[in-house]
Ligand binder design. Structure first.
Ligand SMILES: Cc1ncc(COP(=O)(O)O)c(C=O)c1O
Length: 419
């Protein structure tokens, strides 16, 4: 296994994500992907339960996306977005504006989720600067939240569950509180916010599902409460839909289930159908209007080099075609029903704290997981790629997964949890 020359020669030089390099088990060498399968360099095959950190919503190598990227590659892989625009980016911006709720209308492209969050934060802060309220620089964020690994994004992630506790002393300080799960805690949050109103720029939350902070769910009423509190306290509301966007919770965007729109939304991951890095920060009309001025200092001074990359935008346009042409939301509903039925077997097993499903997200929360590496290896032995973290075993498969492939994933979880 893993006997390729490139593997042996290169592994000494690569630094892997979220990994203690000294103690980690060697990563699996992948030769290729197809549908919902990962084909290993040693010829083995794993059914993928994670869809590459929730990106590959149509399965891997979908021919429609591949052909769109190939066509674009022949024409123009990339051109700088400063002073130049192109069809793929403008078409994508128009389509996203049409798809998003309310007047979320102005799309700022970037290349990763964390950067999209940084841009959202900068947008919110400058919105207030441009409106003559420069002291409104702080954010209200929520326990269990995760918004990325760059400095600004780390500072609004849960200091404990957000993986960055070693930086606790050095990150900018914001207000991190519990999500208001009922009316009383909504009132309590409003009191806190009212006290700090002159310094709060925005609230930031992952709507319906807090992903990397523990796959925790909350309901639509919580989001409506946040919308009300933000409005009454004069703060913007940012929804980070980098995980939840594009069908994952059962609707194209999670905020649709609450019937509200945020002032700024961040998108990435499944935006490009899992093929190329792409992200977007989208502002409502009133946000954009605060930057619309004869004063150059009121412009949003941001511009990642690969912003609006033509290949990535072509992939995203093709991915949106697939959401229009293929029954993705019906597939999510079927996955949801199947996971609910099949993961129920875990409910009464020793060590299991909770089993929950929302859209195409299935979670088995354990009291604790002592040997994370060993557990991950057990799943590989079962022929599946499932990557538990913290005390959570979860499935976020591609929406195109076949029922028998999904059963192999849920059976593997039931079997491994039983041991
Ligand atoms: C909700 C949310 N926001 C932001 C990010 C950061 O995205 P990226 O890893 O592309 O920087 C993630 C990644 O998991 C996420 O789930």
């Amino acid at each position: 296994m893993n006997r390729n020359r490139w593997y042996e020669a290169g592994l000494e030089h690569v630094w892997l994500p979220y990994t203690q390099m000294k103690t980690a088990r060697p990563p699996l060498a992948v030769a290729r992907t197809t549908g919902c399968r990962i084909v290993l360099a040693d010829g083995g095959e794993l059914i993928d339960g994670i869809a590459s950190w929730w990106t590959a919503c149509h399965g891997y190598n979908h021919p429609h996306i591949r052909q769109a990227v190939e066509r674009q590659l022949a024409e123009m892989p990339h051109v700088m977005f400063g002073g130049l625009v192109h069809e793929q980016a403008l078409t994508l911006a128009r389509r996203l504006a049409a798809l998003l709720p309310g007047d979320l209308d102005r799309v700022f492209f970037s290349e990763s989720g964390s950067v999209a969050v940084e841009i959202a934060m900068k947008m919110a802060q400058q919105y207030w600067i441009n409106r003559g309220e420069p002291r409104k620089t702080k954010f209200v964020a929520f326990k269990g939240g995760y918004h990325g690994d760059t400095t600004g994004a780390m500072a609004v992630s849960d200091p404990d569950a957000g993986m960055h506790d070693v930086f606790r002393g050095s990150l900018p300080k914001h207000v991190v509180v519990e999500l208001p799960a009922d009316a009383a805690s909504g009132d309590a949050l409003e009191l806190v916010l009212a006290r700090h109103a002159e310094s709060i720029a925005a609230l930031i939350v992952e709507p319906l599902v807090q992903g990397a902070g523990g796959m925790r769910f909350h309901d639509a009423a919580t989001l409506q409460r946040l919308r009300g509190v933000a409005d009454r306290c004069g703060a913007l509301l940012i929804f980070d839909e980098i995980f939840t966007g594009f069908g994952r919770t059962g609707t194209i965007f999670a905020c649709e289930q609450a019937g509200i729109a945020p002032d700024i939304i961040t998108l990435s991951k499944a935006l490009s159908g899992g093929t190329l890095p792409l992200a977007a920060t989208v502002g409502r009309k009133n946000v954009f209007e605060a930057f619309w001025s004869d004063d150059p200092r009121k412009a949003l001074m941001h511009g990642p080099t690969y912003m609006g990359n033509a290949l990535a935008c072509a992939a995203a346009n093709a991915s949106l075609d697939l959401f229009e042409r293929e029954p993705r939301l019906e597939q999510v509903a079927a996955i949801s029903e199947q996971m609910t039925r099949e993961l129920a077997a875990c409910r009464d097993l020793p060590g299991v704290k909770d089993v929950r499903v929302k859209g195409a997200i299935g979670v088995v929360e354990m009291e604790r997981i002592a040997e994370l590496h060993a557990l991950r290896a057990r799943f590989v032995q079962e022929g599946v790629f499932i990557r538990p973290f913290g005390n959570v075993i979860y499935l976020t498969p591609s929406f195109t997964i076949a029922p028998d492939e999904l059963t192999r994933l849920t059976r593997a979880i039931v079997k491994v949890v039983q041991l």
